[in-house]
Design a binder for this molecule. Sequence first.
Ligand code: ADP
Ligand code: 5GP
Length: 206
Amino acid sequence: MADKKCLVFSGPSGSGKSTLIKYVLQTFESVVGTTVSCTTRQRRHSETDGIDYHFIANDEFDALVERGEFLEYTECYGNRYGTLKSAVHDVLRDKDLCVIDMDFNGACRILTENAVNEYACQGVLVLPPSLKTLENRLRLRKTETSESIKRRIDESFNAPRIARYEYVIVNNHLESALAEVREIVENLMPNLRSLEATAVSRKASV
Ligand code: ADP
Ligand code: 5GP
């Protein structure tokens, strides 16, 4: 696992983490994978069990905690979320980089406790340009009730201990944010550029 890496993405709900992660997964499909977290939260209509999350009951979550199966877990907005060690391991068996979506608490543990950070995780903090923008994006996404949006906005800047993150992206103009995240991944994995160049020249010669 020595040359394998993890990038942990955190940021307020609506800051654009999923959008950036999706872009990284699509752009670097052959070498980057992501984990599916477990959560006790209700599934949204747009979500699929096993793809967006493993939606599990509280007692199942307890059992996983007891058996020590989580790399980390947390409570966030009244629900529980956790990343399984096996999920990270499975991604890194096939890919070189694992991207993980994690709240501030989970990320801070991973990024500061060496014993937990056995996967050489680095942090990317994604921030919106303003609270008003955050609120508008959550409303447009149409996945949250007004009460849930208010709660997410109230809690959004509670604990981002910025110094713990290696990278900070202010997601204002999407194109610039995508370029920034692309650069982060390329710098982290110097072999990527040559892989891409090989893929392009292969395409050209077909
Ligand atoms: P998160 O995963 O952090 O909760 P999402 O990636 O779901 O956030 O983004 C929240 C909403 O904002 C989505 O509808 C997404 O399409 C939109 N969005 C993301 N980045 C931008 C941007 N730079 N400008 C405008 N809308 C954006
Ligand atoms: P949502 O309910 O909007 O999908 O996610 C709420 C929060 O939970 C987000 O901040 C997201 O980053 C975080 N989250 C999702 N999966 C995990 C996880 O496995 N561990 C931790 N610590 N946080 C998670």
